[in-house]
Ligand binder design. Sequence first.
Ligand code: PLP
Length: 437
Amino acid sequence: MTKDFLNFDKSKNYIEESSHHLAGGVNSNFRVGMKPNALGFISAEGAHLIDMDGNKLIDYYLGMGPMILGYNPHSIKQAITKGLEKGIFFGAQSEYELMAAKLINTLVPSSEIVRFCTSGSEAVQLALRLARASTKRNIIIKFEGHYHGWFDNVLWSNKPTLQHAGRRENPNLVAWTEGQDSHSGDNIVVLPWNDIEILENRLSKGDVAGVLMEPAMCNAGGIAPKNDYLQKTKNACKKNGSLLIFDETITGFRFSPGGAQEYYSTLPDVTILAKAIANGFPVAAITGSKTLMSLITSGRVVHGGTYNSQFLSMIATVKTLEHYSRKNFHSELNKKTIFLKEGLEKVFSDENLSYVISNFPGFIFCGFGSSNNPVDYRDLLNLNSEMYVSFCLEMIKRGVRILERGAWFLSIEHSIESLEKTIEAAKESLTYMKKNN
Ligand SMILES: Cc1ncc(COP(=O)(O)O)c(C=O)c1O
């Protein structure tokens, strides 16, 4: 019996037509190149997306992470509809931004005071400026494979090939894009992540303004920090007068109400928050101590942005953050994550695959072709990405949309039934791949 697979022709035709009017038919380079083709969507509900061909897909992209409450949470929709009656945008203060800031200061352990921006990329820039102003130093340490937005000064060594990456202990700075200011890396030092000795050594020179990292590597891969790595990093930063900056764009509000810093009990000097902060509305923030952030308050550090704390986005932020104080929110999210992880693990083992799989609350990473748990970026290069991309294609043909880079974002709306369907689709996909290769 041949199975009826989903068809994506309408999306394909749409992208083809749209590419005559929009660059590449998309508005982010990270939305191109998916197999069978980039999709167009008409609506969404819960953990499902409805595409232009009418396919209802169980979705683990979640808009690259933000939609942790699912695609149309009632409380947010209702509040936004009411808010629209009052206005769209004031370009000034509203009561909601105060409510949102208070909620963040309650939820995020290191946060005393907040500044809102509109994207993670922007918030990263403000964090770097703050670190440089406060230390009167220029050097920023970032880590190989860690992504912190698309601006020139952090688009270094995100995905270098081994051929270009240089020595592990002292990696080359590898630019990602044409047109990148070649001097924008002059004050950036790239190091391997999860290696405290190398980091301590470099910090001891005493010239580093800030250490920028995802506290768990989630944008590329799904790698936990080694035991004590975060705390030792914090100690080394303190000893050498450098600031520790956690980019919690993905981990924030997902790992726990207070993000990865709460999950791993290590508080940074500066935190970048985005994605799950507003369930799909364009909001990001940086937070830190009142003393540090007074550099912004006093105007010594400049920060602007027409759309910062946009009225409706702030309503969405308040309504989103309110969910995280619910007692069982994160334990429920984590239960779903573990259910899916264990189901996938069983399927991969039954198929005798060599694979890696890791999980955090609301997030799974998996890859094929190696069973050595990755510790840093270079270990991820051992994985068979071609095979994983084929797996993604088989999954979407069966109604499950997963990211080709191995990340799975879970929402509170993923039901056990949808997780079971996902596990079944994984089984069918791998069996099909085995037969047809
Ligand atoms: C860890 C991390 N930092 C920064 C960014 C950039 O955020 P944005 O896309 O909102 O600019 C991302 C985006 O995926 C991210 O994953």
